[in-house]
Design a protein around this ligand. Sequence first.
Ligand SMILES: CCCCCCCC/C=C\CCCC(=O)SCCNC(=O)CCNC(=O)[C@H](O)C(C)(C)COP(=O)(O)OP(=O)(O)OC[C@H]1O[C@@H](n2cnc3c(N)ncnc32)[C@H](O)[C@@H]1OP(=O)(O)O
Ligand SMILES: Cc1cc2nc3c(=O)[nH]c(=O)nc-3n(C[C@H](O)[C@H](O)[C@H](O)COP(=O)(O)OP(=O)(O)OC[C@H]3O[C@@H](n4cnc5c(N)ncnc54)[C@H](O)[C@@H]3O)c2cc1C
Length: 671
Amino acid sequence: MTKGTQADVNPDLKKERLKCNFNIQEVTFIIDGGKDKTLQRKKIEDVALNIAASIDEVPEECLNLKERYDNAVRKSCVYSNIVKNELLEITGLEALGSPGLRRTADAFFKDVSPFMLHLGMFVPTIIGQCTPEQQAHWLPKALEMQIIGAYAQTELGHGTFIRGLETTATYDPATEEFVLHSPTLTSTKWWAGGLGNTANHCIVVAQLYTKGQCHGTHPFIVPIRDLDTHEPFPGVKVGDVGIRMGFNTADNGFLRFNQYRIPRENMMMKNAKVMKDGTYVKVARHEKLTYGTMVFVRVTLVMEAAFNLAKAATIAVRYSAVRRQSQPKPGEPEPQILDYPTQQHKLFICIATAHALQLTGLWLWRTFEAVLADMRKGDTDSLPELHALSSCLKAVSTSDSAALIEQCRFACGGHGYMLSSNLPLLYSFVTATRTYEGDYTVLLLQTARFLVKAWEQAESGKVLTPTVAYLACAAAKEKVVWSDSVDGMIRSFQAVAAGKIAACAENIKRLTKTGTSLEDAWQLSTVRLVAASEAHCRAMICQAYWHEVTRLTASCSASVKIVMEQLATLYLVYWALETTGDLLRYSTICESELNKLQLKYEELLALIRPNAVGLVDAFDFRDEILHSTLGAYDGRVYERLMEEALKSPLNETSVQSSFHKYIRPLAKGKL
Ligand SMILES: CCCCCCCC/C=C\CCCC(=O)SCCNC(=O)CCNC(=O)[C@H](O)C(C)(C)COP(=O)(O)OP(=O)(O)OC[C@H]1O[C@@H](n2cnc3c(N)ncnc32)[C@H](O)[C@@H]1OP(=O)(O)O
Ligand SMILES: Cc1cc2nc3c(=O)[nH]c(=O)nc-3n(C[C@H](O)[C@H](O)[C@H](O)COP(=O)(O)OP(=O)(O)OC[C@H]3O[C@@H](n4cnc5c(N)ncnc54)[C@H](O)[C@@H]3O)c2cc1C
């Protein structure tokens, strides 16, 4: 944060900070994943943010599309040099995935860097899909930025259904090359970030043909532009996909091939190989290991959802402490809008959800690393559970984050609609995460496949994997008695999930018994399967969040433990109240207990209220990262709104030329 002098800080915010009754830094350490992580992040910020402070001469939003792109490339090059020459020295290669890097990138780009997919997917795919020899060839070039890459999987005709991709890579043993081809309009690669004008290399996912046989989709590294002239190579047609809701500096591109040849060695051969004579050799022990980059990105997106929501919550809570509106008690001053329980209802769930997703995201990351370690030893048994976990957590976290960021904008009234609040840009960026890297519904249905199988195992008394172990109680017909203790609520959420999964399995069984095919029975059950998957995911987040809070606050000060537990309890009670219909159906909760729960919720809002500003301060966002007139640390909201308004190109002259060209002639009847 940029603290300035105390005298500059809005007096209401100053009072809020005095009210805070816990040690903010302790909470920051928990959110970052430990004190060492916080210190490293701050070190990275100190290096990068000095430069970022003066990187934009004109506000990004005042530039036209082409200028914005050029400016984003300029800044990406400056930023890459900082990463390469200074930041990687602080942490080594692991800095690529560090929160410090993610945060400092936001100081440079209000929208998105056209290099984001280079580090976000191109480099991870080289690491995940190449043999050690291929990595030795490609990785140094990519890290040194001698080559810039994109990840082109999605096509105009298919994004979700990867097996339906149409781009072909046909092996020619005579020249030991693959021939890439786009046989139809719908086979055009579409959407890849950085592809339109920036990248000179691209990972292309294509149907592999050798010896006349198709072996399904495989990834290839494809040079698409000359490294010196940047002209596309003959046989390659590449360009920008057009203006988007957000991501307009991300350079999302299209790509077509006309019988374009690449060397055999450019097939990424960790999981499957094509030998010189064209023989296809499967190396991987699991069919879906070529989908590995997607699993990796889905895992990282859970913390990405938390990070963006934390930014929005910081903006909206600080603004709500500064903003005063209405007069509920005659003769008394207008209250801070943060004092309205309805405002607290809108905002405290945002803080709690940011915590829930961050702590669940850290737990998921550790699970991912454990599965990777197993796979290095050749054991892929835990992959289906990781796929099910990462799919539903990606879906629910991105969806919750987008919805709650929009709620933060609503909470800021008219000023939230200003671009300078940064809430509109944040929303347009985050709402895309619900779609990319696997659409919400599609991913929940992937988890549902796992859940229905797990239910069948539970029914037949088999041992279940940890995240679905709770199904055993439901299969044994154990009744869950409602209790508003934390454990009681978690058990009830699990009972809801189990009840919904069981109902899906029963429905599928009923339909197939009466002659419906399994595929049709599945389709006819998908509305409830999505709901079952959501319920499972919510129960899992509640359990992981509470477990992590208990674990991480065990050695904290009492006041930190209290406030962290209040937030986690608020999250559980909020979701119990949001899903009362389900609880009435699948637990023993009754009307009087629901009333008690509502009171508990309102009490929690009041308990959290004095610490609200302290809690968002604990996210520790510096102003250079928040980019918000409403959310700056000093709360000088009105001054900043005015300063930004004066920067508008429409305020450069007191009279616009359009007045003389159109309005005056119209008024004089001369148009
Ligand atoms: C640091 C900064 C953070 C930001 C990071 C960068 C941000 C970048 C910004 C933008 C990036 C955007 C990039 C993209 O969008 S790239 C394109 C992503 N595309 C997708 O995600 C497509 C989604 N579709 C799929 O994943 C699949 O097609 C599918 C829906 C899973 C279906 O696949 P398929 O038809 O092959 O499989 P089936 O449904 O028949 O299932 C068969 C069995 O396979 C199992 N399965 C499927 N996927 C996986 C997997 N990944 N891992 C393990 N197992 C998998 C599935 O469960 C089935 O198993 P079963 O036992 O039930 O038979
Ligand atoms: C900003 C952005 C950046 C992107 N970057 C990249 C990138 O760098 N590289 C890349 O390769 N791709 C990228 N993508 C593409 C992205 O991965 C796909 O858009 C995404 O996977 C969804 O696929 P789709 O567009 O084909 O949607 P569709 O699958 O056509 O979805 C349309 C609707 O159909 C529904 N639907 C589809 N299949 C099913 C089913 N089986 N059952 C039930 N409902 C179904 C969906 O739920 C959705 O409601 C990007 C997309 C965006 C928006």
